[in-house]
Write a protein of this length. Sequence first.
Length: 672
Amino acid sequence: MIMKISDGKTPIQRRPCFLPIVCSLFLIYLETVFIYEIFGRIEWQGYLSCLFFSISGGLLLAVLSTLGHKRLNKAILLVFFLVLSVIFIAQLVYYSIFSSFFSFYSMSAGGQQVMQFWGVILSIMAELVPAILVLLVPLLAFLIFGVRKLELPPIRLKLKIVWLSLMIAAYLCGILALHLPSNALYTPQQLYYKTFSPSLCVNEFGLLTTMRLDLRNEWLGTDFFTPKSTTVASTAVETTAATGGTETAAPTETTGEPAPVYAKNQLDIDFSALLKTETDPDLLAMHRYFQAVEPTSQNEYTGRFKGKNLILVVAESFTPMAVDPKLTPTLYRLSQESYQFNNFYTPIWPVSTSDGEYTSCLSLLPSEGVWSMTASAKISLPFAMGNLLLNQGYRTYAYHDHTYTFYKRNLSHPNMGYEVYKGLGNGLKITKQWPESDVEMVEATTGEYLQDLPFVTYYMTVSGHLEYNKYNSMARKNWPLVANLPYSDPAKAYLACNIELDRALQTLIEKLEAAGQAENTVIALCADHYPYGLSISQINELIGHQVDENFELYKNSFYIWHKGIEPAVIEKPGCNLDVVPTLANLFGLPYDSRLLMGRDLLSDAENLVIFSNRSWISSQGCFNALTQTFTPMSGQTPDQDDLRRICQLVDDRFTYSRLILEKDYYAKLGLD
């Protein structure tokens, strides 16, 4: 076969290898530029596999682009180049907003999010114009030089077989490269076969391989290539020091008095009996794992709020950047008169923005490839605060001041134990605008539960939602209060939106005081995620320095308040996963700490802040999974074995969170 490119005068003869080379270089270029734009570096062992996989993909494109007549072949190649360029650009924009990559599930189920964020998408694209143009270079070159002059007649069967053979050989070379020796805590081999983390996989293998692995997981499951015998974590991770007994002694102080002895926060679950009768390999692995987990101890805080009412607020995009004694005096009051958790983080997750709500309400890590909050409507959720307190005779209420069916909360929230759930469209009488008013939500709902004692009320707010501009209804409403601040308009708009949250909390406290319930009602406030609607430069404005994008970007606060509380500042690292176990212990509720992925922040348990890319923070320091580096906070750096132990623990919590959701595990334990 001879490929011809005509300049209108003299035909130029090309070798048969010309098309596979062009296609391979096209993919290599996109992958290399993309990885460098996102991470600013190349991980060479994984990149070696990326090169071979790109060559394999290029050969496949070459075969598919020479199956018909020459005009059709040219159209097919153009479509391939166009679609691939769009995918890379779309993922670059998505990462710039969410610090992760969209999955195939996000593509199929994310219409609501795209419509919701279109303004931010356009704004980010404007900022990314130079990077987008660099990614478009090969497509533009093809449009300028290739579309008119390139001829792609069908090729002979013999040459197709040669190209396909080379494609398979290049793929196998990519697989072999995965198995080269590596001292990394997350090796390329582990990421390819076992630990699917989109950010880590893109960092190692490039975007197309990561999307291929995502598609594989959609079809076959995330542990398809992992032998069942290896899905159980090393029992050195969270095993009990001794298998017998249900009590533990608190650390002895130097007072000369015996240390108090506390029971464990666990239920009477006979895992040994379950193991004898179970045949499902996943459930067997789960029984073994949770049997080995060390339950947290009760402590001096256990039951301190027993019998009190609870109002749990997950505040849209809240951060301490919005706390100011003059601008937001109620938030400032909560920050000073509460159990204040200052070393608290609100990671963002790649599939859905509702995943921050999911982690806060259920103490489970969200699953890849599904809207976890929506999926949770189909399983037993005994440890949601609504169900925990409903079982104690509480009346339970939940409210959201946006469309009540958004993310199918009309299904998930009643399943969390909330007897009454109202949003815009099913009984919540507030003004329809974007975003809606938290103040209006509080004013419209407090009368429903304040006399219905004891009660638990859950608010998912929306006033702090992007887009942060003067067209945002809450920013427009409160703009006079921020107009003269020395910030950009988006930063001012963010503060104006949080003024609405502040006034909602003020209204709530005033209603509680008027009903004589301020001392008897606990308000717990956390955020669902950081305000990704602000650019990094705008966040830097509000913080007052250059933010660290690996960890500090996600730093937040968690406040637990009631009138007259004795304030305390807790510096132990924590995150949304820890909200439920901390509150459950404070309210003295029966729950099993082994079955949650967070820990009571007031206990002496080892605690972890876990991020979607498998990075983590412990009391010992911070591990950046992208760079495979550990930064100690103080004292001695853990040895490599201890770091591997914690990384294994992080992987296990992702695995067993997913299996709890998929297997309806709590129901299997008889806890529904």
